[in-house]
Ligand binder design. Structure first.
Ligand code: PSU
Ligand code: MN
Length: 287
């Protein structure tokens, strides 16, 4: 019998992590999924085609492109494929493609959400749209505090996206375990979480599910480094008037510099943590 599949996104490869670390991390995440009993499916766009799984040569090409690759969400996915250029898929596009392929579980780092200053920018990630539309369980470390987390959580509720805490009551904030915000339900066992997710879809509720898996305590970005770097990165983005699709990659790159690489270490650790939990969930959902 074939093993349950876990989708992995590719924007984290092209826009989220530096080369050549991104190649190693992409392969390490696939191995985490395999070790936990599932089959990894990294999704990306090359030569006008959607790839479900990348060869070494294809992964190397995408990783080398870095931010020159098109960052594809729901609105620019089709034109990105048609262009023939290299493209990486965000959480939104990966969810859409995973569902199309019959994959029910997807591991990422953190989701995009409602940006700070949304009152004037109107910048809300298409990840929110996709979470409301595609029946895929997204395993994440929450969303990072570069976003407006209270508004992101409110929006998920409005869209009918369940937020399930893995062994936590708190909505995690990516580099940190806590945010002061609560999840909808807490699960301490994988089968119990799988049961709730199956229930959600079996009833005909159409949204995805956000599984919130906090970063391990020992891998958190420490205070005060975390808050200082975050505030500095946000201030720089505002000064330089960075917005739209460039904003998330800009803030991630600045966090790396301002924390002397500590943020990348935390990012990799939480990605691995999410890949492992996603695999266990995929196995439980099949059972
Ligand atoms: N969060 C991270 N690292 C990332 C991203 C989010 O910690 O690389 C990427 C994901 O692919 C996510 C996208 O779907 O950024 C959101 O971008 P935007 O805010 O432009 O929708
Ligand atoms: Mn945006």
């Amino acid at each position: 019998m074939s093993r349950p599949r876990v989708a992995l996104e590719s924007t984290v490869i092209s826009h989220g992590l530096p080369y050549p670390e991104n190649v190693k991390v992409a392969r390490a995440l696939e191995q985490c999924v395999r070790d936990a009993g599932a089959e990894p499916v990294t999704i990306a766009i090359l030569d006008g085609r959607v790839l479900y799984g990348l060869s070494d040569e294809q992964l190397e090409r995408l990783a080398r492109e870095g931010t020159a690759a098109a960052k594809l969400n729901l609105s620019n996915l089709a034109s990105g494929i048609a262009s023939g250029r290299a493209g990486s898929t965000t959480v939104a596009a990966t969810m859409f493609l995973a569902q199309r392929e019959g994959i029910r579980v997807f591991a990422t780092g953190g989701i995009g959400g409602v940006h700070r200053g949304v009152e004037t920018s109107f910048d809300i990630s298409a990840d929110m749209t996709a979470l409301s539309q595609h029946q895929v369980a997204v395993v994440s470390a929450g969303a990072k505090a570069i976003l407006d987390l209270p508004k992101t959580v409110e929006m998920l509720e409005t869209l009918g996206v369940p937020m399930y805490g893995w062994q936590t009551n708190e909505f995690p904030s990516f580099y940190r375990r806590e945010s002061g915000l609560k999840v909808d339900a807490r699960f301490d066992e994988v089968p119990a979480m799988a049961k709730a997710i199956n229930q959600h879809w079996a009833m005909g509720l159409r949204a995805g599910v956000l599984v919130c898996n906090p970063i391990a305590k020992e891998h958190e970005l420490k205070e005060p480094l975390y808050s200082q770097a975050l505030n500095a990165a946000l201030a720089e983005a505002a000064m330089q008037k960075i917005g739209g699709r460039e904003l998330t990659p800009f803030l991630l790159a600045r966090m790396e510099k301002l924390t002397a690489g500590e943020s990348v270490f935390s990012n990799v650790k939480l990605l691995e943590n999410n890949a492992r939990l996603a695999a266990r969930l995929a196995v439980a959902l099949e059972g």
